[in-house]
Design a protein around this ligand. Structure first.
Ligand SMILES: Cc1cc2nc3c(=O)[nH]c(=O)nc-3n(C[C@H](O)[C@H](O)[C@H](O)COP(=O)(O)OP(=O)(O)OC[C@H]3O[C@@H](n4cnc5c(N)ncnc54)[C@H](O)[C@@H]3O)c2cc1C
Length: 383
């Protein structure tokens, strides 16, 4: 067993921490006050190589694998879970292009996805219910050597900021519906953003509808193949989305612990810092366990992904990591709010933001209930 990061992973983690401290921290307030993820932050993340962590070097990426992506998203999320989530969604959006696109589609998009010319997202959820995508009503109909998409997706992260998305559609109706996933860019007529949601947390992160109205997409932009759209979406969500949200949780737990430790050492009651109160120590200890257990599960799931573990075996590992990290972030940020007493709910101390952001993670990329089902199915050996 080897718990050591490679020199490249250490370097990218250090670079991400410096970027988060120097470039992101001064912008957090601006994002909190409603400025959707600032385009220049994405451009800067492209310049330092973060946007291309999953992209092969031949297309201009840094190709540091899932563990590399996990370390960057965690470090950015320690300062801003909104931007960390934005970055992970970009990775989720481009992963099917790396894995399943035609050579023409790779040539066209991957270099720009590595630099920030293109920002990606993934679109599968519809108002009919995200946990059961087979009920979707977005359709694509073949017309010569292209396809025409009509429909509306909801809850899409970066719906305004992203100028590309994969979109899963129904391409054959009937008793056994068939689905196909396409890669679409905003220069194609008929693809645009719809309304934005007003959310509890991650205020800098745009999230809302994307609309397809007679949107024409060339055949070359079919991912994996006609009728194989669900595996494309599930690979992106399973190999990046759930892990990415777990990393947003890790960053939130780390930030909560740091805020609580700082306050406990500075706040004096009964003649000495509250860090000496046993009740406070118990809460700090619990936060430390929550961080360590979540990290071990998330890093292991990322490592297994990089070992190319088959999707069916990987899914419960990733689900367990996402579930534990999410519950831990909710608990740890709540404990931080308590340790700060009245200051815990004062905005400038940030702990109330961590709690609001932690709550955002539960449903994204599959709810906690769906994670539990995935873990239980494996434990019970159900087919
Ligand atoms: C911050 C955020 C970002 C997101 N980003 C994206 C994105 O970029 N792209 C995208 O396509 N989607 C995105 N989503 C959508 C997300 O994937 C869905 O919200 C999620 O899949 C749940 O779907 P739903 O909200 O329609 O809830 P529903 O599926 O309607 O679920 C409602 C309730 O029923 C429970 N439930 C459902 N099925 C079961 C079951 N079998 N057993 C027990 N309980 C069950 C759920 O856990 C939940 O409590 C995002 C969501 C959020 C909150």
């Amino acid at each position: 067993m080897n718990f050591q990061f490679s020199p490249e992973q250490e370097l990218i983690r250090k670079a991400a921490r410096e970027f988060a401290e120097e470039v992101v921290r001064p912008r957090v307030q601006e994002m909190e006050e409603g400025q959707y993820i600032l385009d220049d932050l994405f451009r800067l993340m492209g310049e330092v190589g973060f946007l291309g962590v999953l992209i092969p070097q031949e297309y201009g990426g840094t190709n540091l694998g899932t563990l590399g992506a996990v370390l960057v998203v965690e470090e950015i999320s320690r300062i801003s879970a909104a931007l960390g989530t934005g970055l992970q969604v970009h990775c989720l959006g481009l992963l099917p292009v790396v894995k399943f696109a035609t050579p023409a589609c790779k040539e066209k998009y991957l270099p720009g996805l590595a630099t920030g010319k293109y920002i990606a997202t993934g679109s599968i959820t519809e108002a009919s219910g995200g946990s059961d995508p087979t009920t979707m009503s977005t359709v694509a109909v073949q017309d010569g050597d292209s396809w025409v998409i009509n429909g509306r997706k909801c809850f899409i992260t970066l719906n305004k900021t992203a100028n590309t998305t994969w979109v899963t559609t129904c391409t054959k109706e009937g008793k056994r519906r068939e689905f196909t996933t396409f890669f679409v860019d905003k220069s194609m007529e008929g693809y645009k953003e719809g309304r934005l949601e007003n959310k509890t947390g991650m205020h800098g992160l745009d999230n809302g509808e994307v609309v397809f109205k007679n949107c024409r997409v060339p055949d070359t932009n079919v991912l994996l193949g006609v009728g194989r759209g669900l595996p494309v979406a599930l690979t992106a969500i399973g190999r990046m989305g759930r892990m990415g949200m777990a990393c947003a949780a890790l960053g939130t737990i780390q930030a909560s612990l740091e805020a609580a430790v700082k306050f406990a050492n500075e706040r004096v009651l009964y003649g000495r810092p509250i860090a000496y109160l046993q009740g406070v120590q118990f809460k700090i200890a619990e936060m430390a366990y929550l961080l360590e257990t979540s990290r071990l599960l998330v890093y292991k799931a990322a490592w297994l992904t990089d070992q190319n573990m088959p999707d069916a075996e990987l899914a419960p590992k990733v689900a367990m990591a996402k579930y534990v990290a999410t519950q831990s972030a909710i608990k740890a940020s709540d404990l931080a709010v308590e340790i700060l007493g009245g200051y815990g709910v004062v905005r400038e101390y940030n702990t109330e933001r961590y709690l609001r952001d932690a709550r955002m993670i539960w449903a994204a990329a599959g709810t906690g209930d769906i994670m539990q089902l995935t873990v239980a199915r494996e434990a019970l050996k159900l087919k």
